[in-house]
Design a protein around this ligand. Structure first.
Ligand SMILES: Cc1ncc(COP(=O)(O)O)c(C=O)c1O
Length: 405
């Protein structure tokens, strides 16, 4: 199958290359991270920070390929972590930059070590703030509490909605009023909310209105307000002006430093996943191409979210063209990437190139069924590919038992 270059944002980073030549010798499957696209995203974020005075952090849960941190570091204030290991990674690999951590619940046996890495520590409950806050304060950390403004702005993905009824994420005003006391409030430097997922700034405005309605009396006593992630800032249709209004509103009304901690927006459309067709089977008129790549193992959000990833040269809406269902080689019947229409019949050996594969992939993959971890490659700004990892059987085995490798 011949690939044509495309202006689709997911593949725009490849438009200047002869893709057959670029990827022909790449072992399959493989993740490829595009240095030039990362730099372009970083430039959008650093310009935003410069214009508004807000601080932008990389949420490492989405993208933590630290070989690229030197490119991102000049554009960002630091990293955001979900716990001890990511905090340590941020401290080690983005030296001199801020390390922020938010965790659903901290462990007593990890907290001392966490203090070595984190600058800002955000708690999810008033109990945890009471339990760990005094030690954090003694160690000179800036402490925050995650609030829940109870304003859902997304309909499709309940799994990604921290404001869904019964959510464990953040303190509601009702709980705040029951549990907060003066000494505990005095520990706090800031508030944090995270409510969005791949959303535009109109939803941020709706959320900020709810934050103001519920916590507007608390904010003047705070030094900072962290507006979380889920802001799709580097997407072509993102409304930057409304985001900037929200940031300025918070700065002016409450005199706070505003933090944003996007993950996706930092590495949006900055990665590809190269796979090959191993076999083509047919069932009741449906042609199914079995790849050497798995949705379950290598792009788990395809099943978890769920969503259908873009493929170069194929339509996600089967219509004109040759319809194929793409699936993985694992035992899971539902290891299906989706139904596509290709310009030509897929053949065994054809390469299939997925787009927007830098985020929530390499940091979330697994070796279910003994599937190998695909290697990670760098596409540099001169169009050269460099292998960053060399995964193999030992990486599968070491997670399962005690025998020396
Ligand atoms: C607390 C927090 N901050 C930041 C993020 C990053 O979100 P995104 O990658 O959608 O920008 C998440 C994602 O779940 C999160 O839970």
């Amino acid at each position: 199958m011949a690939w044509k270059t495309t202006k689709d944002p997911q593949f725009a980073g490849l438009s200047q290359y002869d893709l057959q030549a670029l990827f022909a010798s790449l072992p399959s499957p493989a993740y490829v991270i595009d240095e030039e696209r990362l730099r372009a995203n970083g430039a959008v974020l650093s310009a935003l920070a410069e214009r508004t005075g807000c601080k932008v952090l990389l949420a490492q849960k989405a993208f933590s390929n630290y070989d690229f941190y030197p490119i991102l570091a000049p554009c960002l204030a630091g990293t955001e972590a979900s716990g001890l290991y990511e905090a340590r990674l941020g401290k080690e690999e983005m030296p001199g930059k801020e390390v922020h951590v938010f965790c659903g619940a901290y462990r007593a046996d990890e907290f001392e070590e966490l203090l070595q890495y984190a600058d800002h520590i955000v708690f999810n409950s008033i109990h945890q703030l009471k339990a760990f806050g005094p030690r954090g304060r003694e160690a000179g950390k800036s402490l925050g509490l995650r609030i829940n403004p109870e304003k859902s702005t997304q309909e499709d993905h309940a799994i990604y909605d921290p404001c869904a009824p019964g959510s464990r994420m953040g303190v509601t005003r009702d709980v705040w009023d029951r549990e907060m006391d003066g000494d505990t409030l005095a520990l706090l430097d800031g508030l944090h909310f995270h409510t969005l997922c791949e959303q535009n700034s109109d939803d941020l405005r709706t959320t900020l209105d709810a934050v103001e309605e519920k916590f507007g009396d608390i904010l003047p006593g705070m030094k900072w307000l962290n507006m979380g992630g889920g802001h799709h800032i580097t997407r072509p249709d993102y409304d930057l002006a409304t985001l900037e209004e929200c940031i300025r509103h918070a700065q002016e009304k409450w005199n706070v430093t505003v933090y944003l901690e996007p993950g996706e927006a930092v590495a949006l459309n900055a990665g590809y996943f190269v796979s090959r067709v191993l076999d083509v089977v047919e069932n009741g008129g449906t042609k199914i191409a079995i790849l050497d790549a798995s949705a379950a193992c290598h792009m788990p959000d395809v099943l978890e979210m769920p969503y259908q990833p873009p493929i170069l040269g194929a339509d996600t809406q089967p219509g004109e063209g040759h319809p194929f269902r793409l699936a993985g080689p694992t035992c899971l019947a539902g290891d299906v990437v989706g139904d596509y229409a290709f310009a030509a019949e897929l053949q065994v050996g054809d390469q299939v190139l997925f787009g927007d594969m830098a985020i929530y992939t390499t940091c979330k993959n697994n070796t279910f069924n003994g599937m190998p971890l695909p290697d990670i490659w760098k596409l540099d700004e001169g169009g050269n590919l460099h292998r960053l990892t060399r995964f193999g059987y030992p990486d599968f085995k070491m997670r399962l038992g005690s025998r020396e490798r």
